[in-house]
Design a protein around this ligand. Structure first.
Ligand SMILES: Nc1ncnc2c1ncn2[C@@H]1O[C@H](COP(=O)(O)OP(=O)(O)OP(=O)(O)O)[C@@H](O)[C@H]1O
Length: 302
């Protein structure tokens, strides 16, 4: 597998703010890499470094073996920014042609429109489109030049469920055709739907870089939910990664090993009733890996 891009010990500061802190990462051809993290984690900063729009404060960023700051190096890169800005007075087909003209090997406009479901919009002026329609077109534009690497920063923000699923299907088809995609998202469902490799990033640092299944396994993902009048003491038992209060006296605990936790709970003689155990979602797994959830647990125990 070829390495298409590489960050080596990259840090990026904005004044006092350390947006990326000693990040090393390789992006290999043929994969969809999901970049997952809370607001301000550093995901967009990482994307802008790969796009050559910013330089790292220290460390090196390599794209297709060169420096992404050089336009020639970026020629086979496709991206969609977080903000969608299409020229209001141009028709959709004209925007696609304009973007595609920058690339040596462009996708035919009709084919791209069909894949991303906007054939009926090709003659419309961009200014007349809804936010969701603009978003779909902005994502399609990232694929207009059949790029070797596509960077999608929060691609489905503002889309309804059907549009989101349609976009995922189109991205997966491109993946099947050999595209390599880096996608950032707040939607864990989106990362689960698209990515086979997940990088969890928080406060500028990579917490996890692993396969989707391994990320779930990483927290030995079970959720024990129960009712108790001693929530803080139950949450403080060994093996609890995350504790979230629910309705009434209900408590949901993400635990590393549900058998061991239940044994510890019984041995503690703390009161509980209506205990249920189920597998954790990626969202719960992810939350238990990031600091805010740990501090929530600390708050609860204090
Ligand atoms: N141009 C800038 N000037 C100052 N600080 C910045 C700038 N860009 C980013 N930051 C800061 O760097 C940190 C990382 O921001 P970044 O936008 O990369 O996070 P993110 O993970 O993409 O967040 P979100 O999901 O909210 O877009 C944040 O604390 C942010 O405030």
């Amino acid at each position: 597998m070829t390495t298409l891009a590489r960050l080596d010990r990259v840090s990026r500061r904005f004044g006092e703010q350390l947006a990326l802190d000693d990040v090393s990462l390789e992006i290999r051809s043929g994969e969809i890499l999901g970049l997952l993290g809370p607001n301000g984690a550093g995901k967009s900063t990482l994307i802008t470094l790969l796009q050559g729009r910013r330089r790292p404060s220290s460390g090196t960023v390599e794209l297709f073996g060169g420096d992404p700051v050089r336009p020639r190096v970026r020629a086979e890169l496709g991206s969609t920014p977080q903000e969608t800005a299409l020229p209001d007075t141009l028709r959709v087909a004209e925007v696609v042609d304009l973007v595609a003209a920058h690339f040596a090997d462009r996708a035919p406009t009709a084919q791209l429109a069909e894949e991303f479901g906007f054939t009926d919009l090709l003659r419309r002026q961009c200014g007349s489109l809804s936010g969701g329609q603009k978003r779909r077109i902005a994502v399609a534009l990232a694929f207009a030049g059949r790029p070797r690497l596509v960077l999608l920063d929060e691609p489905t923000t503002g889309l309804d469920v059907d549009a989101r699923h349609g976009l995922w299907a189109a991205i997966r088809r491109h993946r099947a055709d050999g595209a390599t995609v880096v996608v950032t998202s707040h939607y864990l469902e989106e990362i689960e739907a698209l990515a086979e490799r997940v990088v969890v990033i928080d406060r500028g640092r990579i917490l996890v870089d692993d396969g989707l299944d391994a990320v779930r396994a990483r927290v030995d993902s079970s959720v024990v939910s129960l009712r108790t009048s001693s929530a803080a003491a139950v949450a403080a038992l060994d093996g609890v990664l995350l504790a979230e209060p629910g309705e009434g006296e209900r408590l949901a605990l993400t635990v590393a090993d549900s058998d061991a936790f239940v044994r510890a709970l019984v041995a503690s003689a703390l009161p509980f009733e209506r205990l249920q155990v189920r597998g954790a979602s990626l969202e719960e797994a992810f939350l238990s890996l990031t600091d805010p959830s740990r501090s929530a647990l600390e708050e609860m125990s204090s």
